[in-house]
Design a protein around this ligand. Sequence first.
Ligand SMILES: [Zn+2]
Length: 97
Amino acid sequence: MRPRRIPPIDCPHCGRPALVRSSEKATALVREVRYLCDNDACACQFLAQIEIVSMVQPSLRPAPGIILPGPRRPANDDEPAPANDDVPDKSRAHRMT
Ligand SMILES: [Zn+2]
């Protein structure tokens, strides 16, 4: 059995960790989470949403109506990132004087 954990989040007012009070499915792609600030002097409560925004690995059993962008693939004209940031050292260049 996989552990069911909702990611922690800090209170937007005092910055202390907020505790999950409850959560419920809002849509197939969104879950709403009610948080309570751990700081008794703040006592803030707020709602957060966890939304599925894209696929990392497409489902083998896709549900009808669930359309999400897949992983970004580089376009043919994308410049590959350099393997390192070496710049030719001009001091080592062979001088012909
Ligand atoms: Zn707070």
